[in-house]
Write a protein that binds this ligand. Structure first.
Ligand SMILES: C[S@@+](CC[C@H](N)C(=O)[O-])C[C@H]1O[C@@H](n2cnc3c(N)ncnc32)[C@H](O)[C@@H]1O
Length: 218
């Protein structure tokens, strides 16, 4: 007779908790991710529904999936170069020196994103652009998007470039939003915050929700 082992899942959970307690940095990281998920949900609740929007920097597609379910966009563009960067500047980035699997890993990630959103891509609801963000921006007409979420190159220059490039593409009254505002990181420093603060002068409003920024175009 098969015997159900009801203790294994509990043991596993206990082991996971013990591992966490032994590693305070893991606890901190997990709490940070949880807080960020809540901030992002709040941000999405403030952005227009059923619109045409873009996520700049998609990685594995986790936030793209959240956008799909919370914002029910008519069209969602996913822009990412899925490129392993070898320059010294990107040594600490998750797609640079850090990334163990190099370009092969980025190619595999791109393929997984395509597989993950296969039905939305086939229906035309998701459009994937594998390109550098600024090159992809050139393919959009003026004021064609309701909002853009920027989460690609987090360096000061990278965020400034993306804000500049996508401002033209967002409708008047639309939004430029993004991740990691106020966060000081060992690879991008305070680059996101500096670029957003500078750019805010061109916008009607700047709203900060934890680590998320929301700029309203006049
Ligand atoms: C932090 S991850 C994005 C995470 C994703 N937004 C999420 O929350 O699930 C950054 C992504 O930006 C992409 N990226 C970095 N610089 C880029 C650039 N100049 N153009 C296009 N994509 C870029 C990287 O390939 C990487 O996948």
């Amino acid at each position: 007779m098969p015997v159900a082992d009801l203790t294994t899942p509990y043991r596993r959970r206990l082991r996971r908790t013990a591992r966490l307690l032994l590693h305070p940095t893991r606890i901190r990281r997990r709490l940070r991710w949880r807080r960020r998920a809540l901030d992002r949900n709040r941000l999405l609740s403030l952005l227009p529904k059923d619109g045409v929007c873009a996520e700049i920097g998609t990685w594995r597609g986790d936030f793209a999936a959240a956008i799909l379910s919370a914002s029910s966009p008519g069209q969602l563009y996913l822009v990412d170069s899925w490129e392993y960067r070898t320059e010294e500047k990107y040594e600490q980035a998750c797609y640079g020196g850090h990334a163990q699997a190099g370009q092969e890993g980025m190619d595999a990630m791109y393929q997984r994103v395509i597989d993950r959103f296969r039905s939305e891509i086939d229906s035309g609801r998701i459009l994937v652009q594998r390109a550098r963000s600024v090159d992809a921006a050139a393919s959009f007409s003026d004021e064609s998007l309701d909002w853009v979420y920027i989460d690609a190159d987090h360096s000061y220059e990278g965020v400034k470039r993306d804000l500049d490039a996508y401002y033209r593409v967002v409708k008047s009254g639309g939004f430029l939003a993004g991740d990691d505002y106020g966060r000081e990181d060992r690879w991008f420093g305070l680059g996101v915050t500096q670029a957003v603060d500078e750019f805010a002068g061109r916008c009607a409003e700047l709203t900060i929700i934890g680590t998320q920024f929301l700029l309203k175009k006049p």
